[in-house]
Structure formats: structure tokens, C-alpha cells
Design a protein around this ligand. Structure first.
Ligand code: HEM
Ligand code: HEM
Length: 196
């Protein structure tokens, strides 16, 4: 038996945001390696800058106009409880961890870091975009922070994709929306009980 875990809004948000993110990563890396004098540079810069709009707006629009289910998911991902701290302690002790709701503490941490990355990229991106308004050293500092966030994102994404490939049932679920009931019962027992 299969049960619905991610509705269409959640999946569209996840994959459209992931695509925009990858586009920003690729164009960002291209900007980093393209000599500023090359003709291609302004094009890549525009391609990078325009993608920042959906990067910021997509999550907001889908949160405000999407389904109740996606709003509940986002609220739950932001809700930290005592059990979540316990989950990390158990994880480091290598014990079997209990998940209190639909997401475990690792997934909540991933969500929090993604939110912080969106804010960090937007702020530093805006400051380097408006570089003529600020001192050279301030702009350079923001370039360094922007680049460091890009490195952090690559590490985070590598971990995220590795886990998705390892837990293939979870990967199928973020693509098709439904999850195997037995798998859900084993990995998210409280959420499973609530659904049934
Ligand atoms: C709100 C989102 C973002 C905005 C507004 C933004 C804006 C900018 C701007 C204005 C530049 C400078 C272009 C230039 O003058 O050469 C830049 C460069 C860059 N961006 Fe972004 N960006 C954003 C998100 C991202 C993301 C998500 C990544 C990677 C995951 C990224 C990676 C880079 C890299 C690597 C550079 C090259 C920096 C350098 O030359 O040292 N950016 N970005
Ligand atoms: C090819 C790339 C990606 C794959 C294979 C992937 C896979 C997944 C999977 C399988 C889940 C569901 C976990 C569950 O069962 O609850 C998930 C959730 C999530 N993904 Fe991705 N993802 C990718 C790219 C991204 C990107 C680029 C971002 C950020 C911009 C992102 C942010 C999230 C967030 C915030 C969640 C919800 C919290 C969590 O489960 O960690 N993903 N992803």
C-alpha cells in the first residue's frame, strides 16, 4: 500500500527551486572562472542575476498560494522540539533514532540551512551587484562571503543527494509523491499513525 507524503505543490516547489538553485550554482561558477574582460561575462551575469528572482520568490509564492499540506510541512520543518535534540544525541551515539513527526531533526536542520543560505546569498548578492555604491574592500568582503556560501551549498547538496540516493524510497517519494506504507511506518511511525 502507498500513502501520500508530498502533494503536487511540495514537489513542484522542491524541483523548481532545486533547478533554479543549480542554475545559480552553474552560472556563479562560470562567473568565478570567466575573465571579467570576456564578452560572455555580461550575459552570464544577467543569467545569474535574473535567476535570483525566482530563487527568492518561488518559496514565498508557493507558501502563500499553495496547499494547506505544504504550509503545514513548512511549519513543521521550522518547529523545533525537545525530541529533535534527542534525535541528534541518539544519532551520534549510533542508536536507532525516533522521529517525532513527518520530518526528522536532520531534515529540519537542512531546511534551516537552506533558509539561511537564501538570505545570505540575497544580501551579499545584492551588495556586490550594487558595487559602485560601496567601498572596494566592503565589496570584496561580500564576494568572499558569497563564494564561501557557494562552497557550503555544494557540500550540503552533495550530502543531500547522497542521502536521497541511499534512501531510494524517499527519492521516489519526492518524485511521485507517494510512499510505501511499511517504509513510512518504520521511518516515521508517529506521522504514519496520524495518517491512518
Ligand atoms: C539571491 C540570489 C543571488 C544573487 C542576488 C546573486 C548575485 C550575484 C552577483 C551580483 C554576482 C557578481 C557578478 C559580477 O559582478 O561578476 C554574483 C557572483 C557569484 N555568485 Fe551569486 N547570486 C545569488 C545566488 C547565488 C547562488 C545560489 C550561488 C551558488 C550556489 C551563487 C554563486 C556565485 C558565484 C560563485 C559568483 C562569482 C563570484 C566571484 O566572481 O568571486 N550565487 N552573484
Ligand atoms: C538533484 C538534487 C536533489 C535531490 C535528489 C533531492 C532529494 C530530496 C528528497 C528525496 C527529499 C525528501 C526527503 C523526505 O523523504 O522527507 C528532499 C527534501 C528536501 N530538499 Fe531536496 N533534493 C535535491 C535538490 C535540492 C536543492 C537544490 C535544495 C535547496 C535549494 C533542496 C532542498 C530540500 C529541502 C529543504 C527538503 C525538505 C527537508 C528535507 O527533507 O531535507 N533539495 N530532497
Amino acid at each position: 500500500m502507498k500513502i501520500l507524503r508530498f502533494d503536487i505543490y511540495s514537489r513542484v516547489l522542491h524541483w523548481s527551486h532545486a533547478l533554479v538553485f543549480l542554475w545559480l550554482l552553474i552560472t556563479g561558477i562560470a562567473l568565478f572562472f570567466t575573465p571579467k574582460s570576456l564578452l560572455g561575462d555580461p550575459f552570464i551575469k544577467m543569467a545569474h542575476l535574473y535567476a535570483s528572482l525566482p530563487f527568492i520568490l518561488l518559496p514565498l509564492i508557493i507558501y502563500l498560494r499553495g496547499s494547506i499540506s505544504i504550509r503545514n510541512d513548512i511549519i513543521e520543518l521550522m518547529e523545533w522540539r525537545k525530541d529533535d535534540l534527542h534525535w541528534f544525541i541518539e544519532l551520534f551515539k549510533n542508536d536507532k533514532t525516533d522521529v517525532s513527526g513527518k520530518f526528522n531533526a536532520g531534515q529540519k536542520a537542512n531546511f534551516l540551512v537552506v533558509l539561511l543560505l537564501i538570505m545570505g546569498f540575497s544580501l551579499t548578492g545584492f551588495l556586490v551587484w550594487m558595487k559602485s555604491m560601496f567601498s572596494r574592500s566592503f565589496v570584496e568582503l561580500n564576494f568572499i562571503i558569497h563564494d564561501s556560501l557557494a562552497i557550503l551549498s555544494i557540500l550540503l547538496l552533495t550530502g543531500h543527494i547522497t542521502l536521497a540516493l541511499y534512501y531510494s524510497e524517499s527519492l521516489k517519494c519526492i518524485i511521485y509523491g507517494k510512499i510505501d506504507a511499511a517504509w513510512a511506518k518504520e521511518h516515521y511511525p508517529n506521522w504514519f499513525l496520524k495518517k491512518n
